[in-house]
Write a protein that binds this ligand. Structure first.
Ligand code: BEZ
Length: 237
């Protein structure tokens, strides 16, 4: 059956705006999103279907990194358009039967939302033209402690996500906020960071002469920011 959806998604969230609010049933009880996550970072992510191989590999990977995300004050919330009993059966199967890349007995303790009506999936643009009309794509929303969407990623059905990159995004956004800097390509904690671009000729001249900066040109200056300084600020003690 061809499930290609040629209609445009009804809505898409945007970076810098409030995450669309909803109440939902999950494998961990009811949630009020993003209200009950105020004060924490959240990764809200969708997957196409329970009992599918890519999704299973993703859930096992995410669940095994949950402590790492917790230390960054980041909670995980999954969603698919399957029902609650399917979710429960799938998560039980993962725990009881699946051994994958050294991960076994993996318990998914973060909430997995049931979205049979697709209301949430539609509000977040998770149902995408060109992919399935009945399944959510692999969408990821990184939402800050004030409920603002800070990053959005959309992957197709056929490609599993890179969870190390999702962790890097959370640590990177927290670092950029905490130190008022920007982060260059492939930045990792301990790498040099970018200072805000000079807004006047005087500042541009000072920048070029400053001893603690490395300026590739007046508009592109970096400074050192130690790994311990970053992790001390963005991770829980
Ligand atoms: C998967 O997770 O394996 C999958 C889900 C939907 C379509 C294709 C693959």
């Amino acid at each position: 059956m061809d499930t290609t959806n040629t209609a445009q998604p009804a809505t898409m969230p945007r970076i810098g705006e409030k995450a669309p609010a909803f109440k939902a049933v999950t494998t961990q009880g009811d949630i009020d999103f993003p209200k009950q996550y105020e004060g924490s970072w959240v990764i809200l992510f969708s997957h196409p279907a329970d009992f599918t191989p890519v999704c299973t590999s993703e859930f096992m990977t995410f669940a095994s990194m949950q402590d790492q995300f917790e230390k960054a004050n980041c909670k995980l919330v999954g969603l698919s358009v399957d029902g609650l009993y399917s979710h429960i059966a799938w998560l039980r199967t993962i725990k009881e039967k699946i051994e994958y890349k050294g991960m076994k007995n993996v318990e998914v303790t973060f909430p997995l939302i049931e979205d049979i009506t697709m209301e949430i999936a539609k509000a977040y643009g998770m149902i995408q033209p060109g992919e399935s009309s009945t399944k959510a794509v692999r969408a990821v929303f990184v939402i800050d402690p004030k409920g603002i969407v800070r990053t959005m990623l959309y992957y197709p059905l056929s490609l599993g996500r890179n969870f190390a990159e999702l962790y890097r995004i959370v640590v990177g956004l927290k670092t950029a906020d905490a130190f008022s800097v920007a982060l260059p390509a492939d930045w990792q904690p301990g790498d040099d960071v970018i200072v805000p671009t000079a807004g006047s000729c005087g500042v541009a001249k000072e920048r070029m002469e400053a001893k603690d900066l490395h300026c590739y040109d007046w508009f592109f200056c970096t400074k050192k920011l130690g790994k311990d300084d970053v992790l001390g600020k963005v991770l829980k003690k």
